[in-house]
Design a protein around this ligand. Structure first.
Ligand code: C5P
Length: 231
């Protein structure tokens, strides 16, 4: 699996306001465990070692540490503090990333990523310098402009997921750029820094748990998987 050491930056410092409620979605429980733990566990079950960096908000660090102690989920990873936006959270985490490595940057709220998919993404990112998972939309897409709307060519659209994998020198160079609100993921930062983005086929059920509906779908899926593994 490539030459370079592998790292994962798992971003979990968001406040999750789109979900409603006080607890950010990455700490909500499914199948008896917080979503963030399910996500981290996928990286811990890879066939090669991965250095893990979990970005948490300063307010949630103590809570998470206590949870890990209470449940024996030992912290074998660095825990930098999150920033005001996802860009700032990733930027803080990159301080912990050694040079000449390859890194997968992943949303803490995507627990359905599989080990096979992670291995495929690590290999693609190491080989090409960057690799970004993408799925075609199944629904028709329209662009809105004030009261008007226009249909777009669905075949030309892709929905972008994480993990997005980069050689360390690529992503560190990209994050030297000043913040811009158009940066909603790491590929948009790398693209602004002049890198051509390589799309790789995404995993349709690698959903980003964002709304109460997503949480309900996630509970059905992970709850079922947890019950099956107890049989
Ligand atoms: O806000 P958004 O939906 O883009 O969040 C995607 C991921 O980035 C989530 O896992 C969230 O916890 C994380 N995030 C972060 N720091 C922020 C905002 C979001 O780590 N300031």
């Amino acid at each position: 699996m490539g030459e370079r050491k592998k790292y994962a930056i798992i971003v979990a410092a968001g406040s999750g306001t789109r979900m409603g409620g006080d607890t950010p979605k990455q700490f909500l429980s499914i199948g008896g465990k917080p979503i963030l733990r399910h996500t981290i566990e996928q990286f811990l079950s890879l066939s090669f070692p991965v250095g893990i960096i979990v970005v948490l908000s300063p307010e949630k660090k103590a809570w998470w540490k206590q949870y890990c102690t209470d449940t024996g989920f030992l912290e074998r990873y660095a825990v930098p503090s999150g920033g005001i936006t996802r860009f700032h959270s990733v930027s803080n985490a990159l301080q912990y990333l050694p040079d000449d490595t390859v890194v997968a940057i992943h949303d803490g709220v995507r627990p359905f990523v599989t080990t096979e998919f992670l291995e495929k993404m690590f290999a693609a990112g190491e080989e090409m310098g960057n690799a970004v998972p993408a799925c075609p939309p199944v629904e028709t897409v329209r662009e809105v402009s004030g009261p008007e709307s226009y249909v777009l060519r669905r075949d030309d659209i892709r929905l972008i997921q994480t993990p997005q994998v980069f050689r360390s020198e690529v992503i560190k160079a990209a994050y030297k750029l000043p913040y811009d609100p158009s940066y909603t993921d790491d590929a948009s930062v790398a693209e602004a820094a002049g890198y051509r983005i390589n799309l790789v086929e995404g995993l349709r059920y690698n959903i980003k748990i964002t709304t109460p509906e997503d949480l309900e779908i996630a509970r059905l899926r992970l709850g079922k998987a947890t019950l099956a593994s107890r049989d």
